[in-house]
Ligand binder design. Structure first.
Ligand SMILES: NC(=O)c1ccc[n+]([C@@H]2O[C@H](COP(=O)([O-])OP(=O)(O)OC[C@H]3O[C@@H](n4cnc5c(N)ncnc54)[C@H](OP(=O)(O)O)[C@@H]3O)[C@@H](O)[C@H]2O)c1
Length: 503
């Protein structure tokens, strides 16, 4: 794999995301020898810092967020980094930025390819692109995605991409009036999580699942993303967003798309994204005849969090039932749940199979395939087996692949993979505008339904969420697979088998 060099210009280089995610990811790529010689980083922030003082700050983050810090690796990364002070809202700052980049290129210190990473608040996305355009740093010749040797410019855009369909469309219009869609890499870091990538592998590289991957054999699918933390210092952002916009619109709907889309003959980015668009366009919620398709909740201490309004009606929990209106998934509900300040942290997919034909409701437990996404990665499969006794008693065998225990190294963080993807021009794990437009439309419809019906239940901090979410799934004759059935307490995906390790 030949990785082309580039100049990575990070806007928001002094921010939380850069410290916690980008710098540790770059450090890991340096560690693995995956950064080419002609890879340089221009760290752009508003604060008055020198390159030296900036490096001291980010070194501390690299130490804090990297499992195995080595000064040698850090020194090699440090040599690639330069800090520059730019006020995104000031035109003169951009002129200085152009001088630095042009000088670096004239002296052959910078590669000709550009990765612009926009790790700033969304209101700055358009001003940055316009600012770069004003100093002629944007190349308007159409991107040639068929020729890897051609010079490229790629723009990585962080979430949130808008706060509803109207604002996302407006943001998209302003970006694409300057840069083409093919150059925009919209981040949804869940798409780069190991076990999300593994879903496609599991479906396409085994013959035992795909023939069953439809309404004939699957009863329902659940996607649960549970967080222990509250909003912490992000109350100002979160209070204008909430669980629907912060989690459902992007991560949860993207996971539904990856799980339910038709597989493509080869793994070409545009084909995969076309399939995801087809799937997202067939997602439906029955607001008319379904008595409770959505539950929203708020944890009790939320309104006393920093930067949260005292009478806030922002939801910190959402549970919903979505269906896919196509032949494969006719009648199969997809239950999505996410929440903050819950008593467990886990991200989990549960695929519940139908019971064998002719079986009574309760005499045979459902086969269950669970995919643990985080914190523990792995796969769990429940099968019904004969107990080794003289009677014909049945027992449930739990078969498990605990990836987190099996490999003796940490699986790569999403940002390592995503940065590499951008350098390689692989947009598979980034969201295309038509995917985003569809998911915003659905999210707007859900939000509108909830507003109209005043849906918001309080739930205790460190609990399983509002009781109405349990009642909701019970009303459909089912149970949440992330909750223990007896106690209704979160039951995180965990490793129950051995601890064999592979080097
Ligand atoms: N943090 C996360 O875990 C996380 C997760 C997912 C997505 N995101 C997204 O990532 C983006 C960045 O988030 P963050 O948490 O890193 O935000 P943050 O900590 O508030 O950092 C914001 C950055 O923007 C810079 N900035 C603000 N105004 C500027 C201006 N006028 N000119 C130049 N630079 C300016 C700040 O520079 P100074 O500090 O020098 O003022 C700082 O580097 C946001 O879109 C956020 O939604 C963040």
């Amino acid at each position: 794999m030949e990785i082309p060099g580039c100049l990575m210009t990070i806007f928001g280089a002094t921010g939380d995301l850069t410290h916690r995610k980008l710098i540790p990811a770059l450090y890991q790529l340096q560690c693995q020898g995956l950064l080419p010689d002609d890879f340089s980083i221009l760290a752009v922030g508003r604060r008055a810092l020198t390159t030296r003082s900036y490096l001291e700050q980010i070194r501390q983050s690299a130490v804090k967020y990297s499992a195995d810090f080595s000064s040698g690796v850090w020194n090699a990364l440090e040599n690639r980094i330069e800090y520059i002070r730019v006020d995104i809202l000031n035109k003169d700052s951009f002129i200085r930025l152009a001088e630095i980049i042009n000088k670096g290129r004239a002296e052959s210190r910078y590669a000709c390819n550009d990765m612009f990473y926009l790790a700033v608040a969304p209101e700055y996305f358009a001003p940055i692109v316009n600012g770069l355009d004003s100093i002629r740093l944007i190349d308007h010749t159409p991107a040639d995605t068929s020729d890897d040797s051609k010079k490229w410019q790629r723009f990585v855009i962080e979430k949130p991409f808008g706060k509803d369909l109207a604002s996302a469309s407006e943001l998209n219009r302003s970006l694409t009036s300057v840069i083409p869609e093919e150059s925009i890499y919209r981040i949804d870091h869940y798409l780069a999580k190991e076990m999300i990538q593994n879903i496609t592998m599991l479906r396409s590289r085994n013959t035992i699942f795909e023939p069953l991957w439809n309404h004939n054999y699957i009863d329902n699918i659940q996607i649960s993303i549970l967080e222990r933390d509250g909003v912490g210092s992000r109350g100002g952002y979160y209070d204008n967003s909430g669980a629907l916009r912060d989690m459902v619109q992007n991560h949860l709907l993207q996971i539904v798309a990856v799980l339910a889309m038709d597989l493509t003959p080869d793994n070409k980015a545009e084909q995969i994204r076309d399939e995801k668009v087809r799937l997202l366009s067939s997602l439906k919620i029955d607001f008319k005849s379904d008595p409770a398709p959505v539950v929203l909740g708020q944890y009790r201490s939320y309104r006393s969090e920093q930067h949260v309004t005292a009478d806030s009606a922002t939801e910190t929990f959402a549970a919903l039932k979505v269906s896919v209106d196509n032949e494969r998934w006719q009648g199969v509900p997809f239950y999505l749940v996410t929440g903050k300040k819950l008593s467990a942290k886990a991200a989990l997919v549960s695929v519940e199979f139908k019971k064998p034909a002719g079986s009574q409701q309760d005499d045979i437990p459902a086969n269950l395939l669970q995919i643990g996404i985080q914190p523990q990665e792995g796969i769990h499969l429940k099968l019904n087996m004969k107990k080794p006794t003289v009677t014909d008693e049945m027992d449930v065998a739990e078969m498990e692949y605990c990836q987190s225990c099996y490999y003796d190294f940490n699986s790569p963080d999403s940002y390592e993979k995503l940065l590499l993807d951008v350098m390689l021009g692989d947009s598979t794990r980034f969201t295309r505008w038509d995917e985003l437009r569809l998911s915003w439309k659905l999210t707007d419809d859900i939000a509108e339904y909830c507003n109209r019906n005043n849906i918001l239940d309080l739930y205790d901090d460190d609990s399983a969420g509002p009781g109405s979410a349990v009642n909701m799934i019970k009303a459909y004759g089912r149970r949440w697979w992330h909750l223990d059935e007896g106690s209704n307490k979160p039951m995180p995906f965990f490793c129950r088998t051995d601890n064999r390790r592979r080097q």
